[in-house]
Write a protein that binds this ligand. Structure first.
Ligand SMILES: [Zn+2]
Length: 323
């Protein structure tokens, strides 16, 4: 049946632009597709495919490929040869892994739909999809997302609902074109600072987001390690232009390494190494963007250097109480 349909398409000649073979219980891709070099769109969704033939990589003009609702267990590596591909649908498969080699190609990809799969992690090489605007990863098993994903500067929609995320990388604040971020149904307690983003829609219902319920607490001063004391001294010296430390630090690779882990106090700006007080600010983003209905104030991660800064009046920063 499928072969016959394909024959009809081929009779249309090598100029055939679209082929749809969905819902035909195909267990393999019909032979001969590669002899349709003019093909722009191919739908093979709702079948029983688990692999692709090598010759499919010859469809150099293919712009849209729908492989949704099949039984792929990984993203087929041949896809990297589809040099014109802009839209790739792989929703509703059984995909657990993506090989980093895929990202040797697919440089024109604009839309990647991997909803409803079994992905646990994404390779950092994902940042090579430089033209990606829309990424759909709803309903997977992602426990984290690589910070490299945040360098996708054209990304405007990121769908991550119904995963197992505990945190979102701080670097998400650099995604200047992001307009829609969906984080519903995860395990996120605190969000990174996203105030510089131009987000228009943010969805984060069904997360254990920290509540603003002030409690009194005992403040236990901690003894700093020698490393911490020295690091704080160096950080404060480095803010002075004439410090001789500038050159000596630059010449010491190990010191550079350690000092590159610098965090900054949200109150006084002092640099420090170990998170001394991890706090939250509650931000009301409702006026700025469309947001989940039952979320009013969002807890945003904030770091402070000391109790001195914590006790400074008027900063609106709260410590986190462990139940
Ligand atoms: Zn401080």
């Amino acid at each position: 049946m499928a072969e016959r349909l394909l024959l009809r398409a081929r009779r249309g000649g090598p100029g055939t632009r679209a082929v749809s073979l969905h819902g035909r219980r195909l267990q393999r891709v019909p032979r001969g597709l590669a002899s349709l070099p003019g093909l722009r769109a191919l739908s093979l969704r709702d079948n029983e495919l688990r692999g692709l033939p090598v010759e499919l990589g010859g469809l150099s003009r293919l712009k849209e490929l729908n492989l949704g609702n099949n039984i792929f267990e990984e993203v087929p590596e041949q896809l990297k040869y589809l040099s014109s591909l802009q839209k790739l649908h792989l929703f509703g498969n059984k995909i657990t892994t993506i090989s980093p080699a895929i990202f040797d190609g697919l440089e024109k990809l604009i839309l990647l739909n991997l909803n409803n799969n079994k992905l646990k992690y994404l390779p950092p090489e994902i940042h090579r999809l430089e033209n990606l605007k829309n990424m759909n990863l709803n309903n997977n098993q992602l426990e984290s997302i690589p910070k490299e994903l945040c360098s996708l500067q054209k990304l405007s929609e990121l769908h991550l609902s119904h995963n197992c995320l505990i945190t979102v990388p701080e670097e998400i604040g650099y995604m200047t074109n992001l307009r829609m971020l969906c984080l519903s149904r995860n395990q996120i307690g605190v969000l990174p600072d996203m105030e510089d983003l131009m987000l228009m829609e943010l969805y984060c219902e069904d997360n254990p987001l920290l509540q603003k319920q002030p409690l009194s607490a005992i403040q236990e001063e901690e003894v700093w390690s020698l490393k911490e004391i020295v690091a704080r001294f160096i950080f404060s010296q480095l803010t002075k232009e004439d410090s001789i430390l500038h050159t000596s630090v630059k010449q010491n690779l190990e010191a550079c390494n350690i000092l590159s882990k610098k965090q900054e106090c949200a109150q006084c700006g002092q640099g420090f190494l170990n998170i001394w007080l991890e706090c939250v600010r509650f931000v009301n983003v409702r006026q700025k963007m469309k947001i989940s209905k039952n979320v009013h104030l969002l807890p945003v991660r904030t770091l402070l250097c000391s109790y001195k800064c914590f006790n400074h009046p008027g900063h609106g920063v709260f410590g986190i109480a462990v139940p």
